[in-house]
Write a protein that binds this ligand. Structure first.
Ligand code: THU
Length: 130
């Protein structure tokens, strides 16, 4: 699967966003080690802090279906530049692919790519715990 196709999956997932509070819809898609794609959207809550980002929704879907590796992630939102994953999502993504390509996109179909280790250098990881 190419990066643009993963971006398109993220854009589609964005349409499902539950965002009555921020009105800021985000879509994400992760490519699992098996080759399967898992889309996710942000899901907000009346107790604001319990809202979950699109990226973490997608990761939870992948891992709960048995994936243990994530090969790439795409994120899409209606932003002037490119939608960058928040720090919490970077940490959660790093668990399953510390060097995965992160495709940061917008609703105009533009995107840029950075490796996760550039966005979260020297991440805390499994080796630190063990
Ligand atoms: N959000 C995401 O889903 N992913 C990001 O990368 C940035 C922020 C969500 C969280 C919240 O629902 C809304 O966007 C506004 O912050």
């Amino acid at each position: 699967m190419d990066l643009k196709a993963l971006m398109e999956e993220a854009a589609k997932a964005r349409e499902k966003a539950y965002v009555p509070y921020s009105r800021f819809a985000v879509g994400a898609a992760v490519l699992g080690g098996s080759g399967k794609v898992y889309p996710g959207c942000n899901v907000e809550n009346a107790s604001y802090g319990l809202s979950i980002c699109a990226e973490r929704t997608a990761v939870a879907k992948a891992v709960s279906e048995g994936e243990r590796e994530i090969k790439a992630v795409a994120v899409v939102a209606d932003v002037p530049g490119f939608c960058s994953p928040c720090g919490a999502c970077r940490q959660v993504l790093a668990e399953f692919g510390p060097r995965m390509p992160v495709i940061m996109g917008n609703t105009r179909g533009e995107y840029k790519v950075r490796d996760l280790n550039e966005l979260l250098p020297e991440a805390f990881n499994l080796e630190d715990v063990n």
